[in-house]
Design a protein around this ligand. Structure first.
Ligand code: ZN
Ligand code: ZN
Length: 147
């Protein structure tokens, strides 16, 4: 996400996405989506849960987790490669790429036209159907580099 959206814009966007994907809009789902969009660096369900309980103190982790899974199942959120760790959620459905820090596991979005237009090797196209081309660069983020 490169543009900062206002709270109302996020809510409008969520309502439109829910309509398009046949998802029932509830206040809980709206708040979970809002937090997901506000949280940079591809949060886990646990990260989102910790933010949500400040707003809805009696919500269970299971509800948050199931809601995020629903978002990804109906296609309004992406699940980011997990590397054996908990699933990370990414509300940005536009083509974009990731930089992953191998030390602190931050996942940072970036955009690059050349990477968008990357050519899939012949032997991959023969065996598989590619539906998403995402480049993942790995290394040390600026915070970890300074340590
Ligand atoms: Zn780092
Ligand atoms: Zn992303």
């Amino acid at each position: 996400m490169e543009v900062e959206l206002t709270k109302n814009e996020i809510i409008d966007m969520f309502h439109q996405l829910s309509k398009e994907h046949g998802l029932k809009i509830t206040p809980q789902r709206t708040i979970i989506y809002q937090e997901l969009l506000k949280t940079k660096y591809h949060p886990t369900a646990d990260d989102i849960y910790k933010r949500i309980i400040k707003k809805i103190p009696n919500i269970s982790f299971d509800t948050v987790n199931r809601t995020l899974l629903t978002f990804s199942k109906i296609g309004i959120t992406n699940v980011v490669e997990g590397y054996g760790q908990p699933k990370r959620y990414d509300p940005d459905m536009e083509t974009h790429h990731h930089f992953r820090c191998i030390q602190c596991n931050s996942i940072i979005d970036f955009h690059n036209k050349d990477f968008d237009n990357i050519t899939v090797p012949e032997e991959i196209n023969k065996q598989f159907t590619v539906i998403n081309k995402k480049v993942v660069l790995e290394g040390l983020c600026s915070k970890c580099k300074r340590r």
